[in-house]
Write a protein that binds this ligand. Structure first.
Ligand code: CP
Length: 330
């Protein structure tokens, strides 16, 4: 073979072009954890790994040059918003962003649907976070560009679930037959709602560890049971953790409580600290979508299995892959 060696951009473009043909995400909305097949996940992992390798050699690629991402966050965010924006910039595209719900026309009563129709005139892809379940679907129904759900209230957070899957695969080497403890506010935790849908494709077993009033929603547990997934709902974290390869901690979501005295009753119920880890018989991996409040103490951060900041970094590669898959090759 003769000619110039391929640049990283050329190689990424070729790899992407090949992978996109094998998936059906081009032009699609990303709204729910249950919309992905194992084939989609495998392709996403492959593309994200390629970007991770590319970014070790180069600061940015040019795959999405000229494309624009709009981020509309009607609820606070650090990781999801900044990692989507980073992902688009690393792919050579541009970003427009609503500074806050209060500074947009939502404050004047504009609907999510009209906001999505409007942003469709400016951008090529829209990422939305909103406090109401179903709002991302509402935006997707109105928009003429792909819409990505970055969290709809206590509903779903599918891109977090995909980056969690990527992280679990990297940390544990495989997704198959894992025993996973999901811990904390399973009622309001949209990350666990989406993640358990994806993990259940891989014959995982699940302990759902929560206070009685914050249990996993019944529609999710019954769907899992229908699919033959082994689940046990318990309140004893030590028992569940000692039988798990992975502990997925979540924050008790104060902002979802109508009555703060109810929050105070469950606040601090589950805490992982150095002493807790010393009691466990075997090494375990600890993930958390973050932000944390008090459920994982800072003395756990140096534990080799504490993977939550590596999980944060993986969010960039996975969101690069998703943007590239949804938008396709230029
Ligand atoms: N994990 C997550 O959704 O974090 P942010 O709320 O900071 O986006």
């Amino acid at each position: 073979m003769t000619g110039k060696p391929l640049s990283i951009d050329d190689r990424s473009a070729r790899r992407l072009s090949k992978e996109v043909k094998m998936t059906n995400l081009k032009g699609q909305d990303i709204l729910h954890g249950n919309q992905f097949s194992k084939k989609d996940i495998d392709k996403m992992i492959k593309i994200a790994s390629g970007f991770e390798r590319d970014l070790r050699k180069k600061d940015s690629l040019a795959l999405l040059k000229g494309k624009i991402l709009a981020t509309l966050f009607f609820e606070p965010s650090t990781r999801t918003r900044l990692s989507f924006e980073t992902a688009m910039l690393r792919l050579g595209g541009g970003v427009i962003s609503m500074a806050s719900a209060e500074s947009s026309s939502a404050a004047k009563g504009e609907t999510v649907a009209d906001t999505a129709r409007t942003v469709s005139q400016y951008a090529d892809v829209l990422v939305i976070r909103h406090p109401r379940i179903g709002s991302a679907k509402e935006a997707a129904d109105a928009a003429s560009i792909p819409v990505i759900n970055a969290g709809d209230g206590a509903g779903q957070h599918p891109t977090q679930a995909l980056l969690d899957i990527y992280t679990i695969r990297k940390e544990l080497g495989s997704l198959k037959n894992l025993s996973v403890s999901m811990v904390g506010d399973l009622k309001n935790g949209r990350t666990v709602h989406a993640l358990v849908e994806l993990l259940s494709l891989y014959q995982t077993q699940h302990y759902f560890v929560s206070p009685a009033n914050l249990r996993m929603p019944e529609e999710i547990t019954s769907h899992l049971k229908q699919k033959g997934v082994w689940i046990e709902e318990i309140e004893d974290l030590e028992k569940a953790a000692s039988e798990s390869h992975l502990i997925y901690m979540t924050r008790i979501q104060k902002e979802r409580f109508a009555d703060l005295t109810e929050y105070e009753k469950v606040r601090g119920r589950y805490i992982i600290d150095g002493e807790f880890l010393r009691k466990l018989k075997k090494k375990t991996t600890i993930l958390h979508p973050l932000p944390r409040v008090d459920e994982v103490s800072s003395d756990v951060d140096s534990y080799p299995g504490a993977a939550y900041f590596r999980q944060v970094r993986n969010g960039v590669f996975v969101r690069m892959a998703l943007l590239a898959m949804v938008l396709g090759r230029r």
